[in-house]
Design a protein around this ligand. Structure first.
Ligand code: PLP
Length: 381
């Protein structure tokens, strides 16, 4: 745990923490592996969806992941020293990015557009080495990747550069979280066709990959050689449904220490704008706010934090650094007592997402840098 001056003997100065269970991530990785015969690339972008990239990656590797996937090249370079022996794919960079450090570190690069072929090949040539690349075809997401009609010339361009070693062919699914939707099957067909054309042109990819969490869970025909789950590793379902029904365990518990506890009379209006008024009760101040990723949209939506095993409703507007909860008229809590915003047995990440009209992905990803991540190996409690 981080402490006030880095000393192990001092109490932490931060009033909150995100407790991340390595055991939960390991368990979730094993659950996903049991659903496929493909290899598993643990997606640890955006600091592992807020969980801490290096620790999450190690836990996923312990659970059987054999690849790591990350969006930005800088994230991959930062991750590399912590996991020097696991293949890492990074797929997001612009024509202005200097990718030489990534190539020198042995990081695989996803090529999303024709310019990237020359860009990465030139960088490898400047280093006097080769770069491992994965060619991306746009099978229907209309985000990264080249469209099928440009695919053959893209493949030929890559083959023409001896500095490129084509390790993978890949794409991404747009609607796999809608279990019965036919787009996924169509994308898989377009993908299989693109792979066949690349092989005809002379590429023998080590890995063909298309599926993220939803593909792993609900579309076996999209698994190919490698699957790329992210959200499900952290114990959340890609469609926002109950993760427990899939055997997944949420890996993050968010908790904070009350900074103020006080009795107030009936009719007390609370927080900015006085959007809520309470009866005679005890209010507690939670030192987390929208600067820490707590969604302001969840104000006055009937959400509760958990304190002493019981729910304490959020009252009034969530502010930048803090918000107020109603501890009830008979509360015995004091400043310093711990409240749990989400975690086992209480309000869930999905509850927060629903209250804020967003998705579970954004809730953990937005937990800000002021909140220390405390990595525990023990199972979740
Ligand atoms: C290209 C790519 N692959 C895999 C993933 C992991 O997706 P999920 O978190 O839904 O499993 C993402 C995340 O958005 C992605 O952009």
């Amino acid at each position: 745990m981080r402490t006030a001056r880095g000393s192990a003997t001092m109490a932490p100065v931060e009033p909150s923490r995100a407790v991340v269970s390595g055991a939960a991530i390991r368990h979730n990785t094993e659950v996903l592996r049991s659903r496929t015969s493909a290899q598993l690339m643990a997606v640890v972008k955006a600091d592992a969806y807020g969980h801490g990239a290096v620790h999450a990656a190690r836990a996923a590797v312990d659970g059987g992941a054999t690849w790591l996937g990350i969006a930005q090249v800088g994230e991959a370079v930062a991750l590399r020293p912590g996991l020097p022996d696991v293949p890492v794919l990074a797929w997001l960079f612009s024509p202005h990015a200097d990718v030489r450090e990534a190539i020198a570190a042995g990081i695989d690069l996803g090529l999303n557009a024709p310019w990237a072929v020359q860009h990465v090949a030139d960088a490898a040539a400047a280093l006097g080495t080769t770069a491992r690349v994965h060619l991306k075809v746009d099978t229907g997401m209309a985000r990264g990747g080249v469209r099928p009609e440009e695919w053959d010339s893209f493949v030929r361009a890559a083959l023409a550069r001896p500095e490129l070693v084509v390790v993978g062919i890949w794409s991404h699914l747009a609607r796999a979280d809608e279990r019965e939707e036919p787009t996924t099957a169509r994308q898989a067909e377009v993908f299989a066709d693109a792979v066949a054309r690349a092989e005809h042109l002379g590429i023998t990819p080590e890995v063909r990959h298309l599926a993220a969490s939803a593909g792993v869970l609900w579309h076996p025909a999209t698994h190919f050689d490698l699957v790329r789950p992210g959200i499900s590793l952290y114990g959340m379902a890609p469609d926002g449904s109950d993760p427990g029904a899939l055997g997944l365990v949420p890996a993050m518990t968010l908790e904070a220490e009350l900074t103020t506890v006080k009795r107030v009379p009936a009719g007390t209006p609370v927080s900015y704008g006085h959007t809520a008024t309470v009866g005679a009760t005890t209010l507690g101040v939670v030192p987390l706010g929208y600067a820490d990723g707590i969604p302001r949209q969840a104000s006055n939506r009937g959400l509760a934090v958990t304190v002493g095993g019981r729910p304490a409703p959020v009252v009034g507007r969530i502010c930048m650094d803090q918000f107020v909860v109603d501890l009830g008229p008979d509360a015995t809590e004091r400043a310093g007592d711990v409240v749990r915003l989400w975690g086992p047995g209480g309000t869930s990440i999905e509850d927060w997402a629903r209250a804020a009209d967003t998705i579970n992905y954004t809730i953990t990803t937005q937990v800000g840098p002021r909140v220390p991540r405390v990595h525990v190996e023990e199972p979740w409690t």
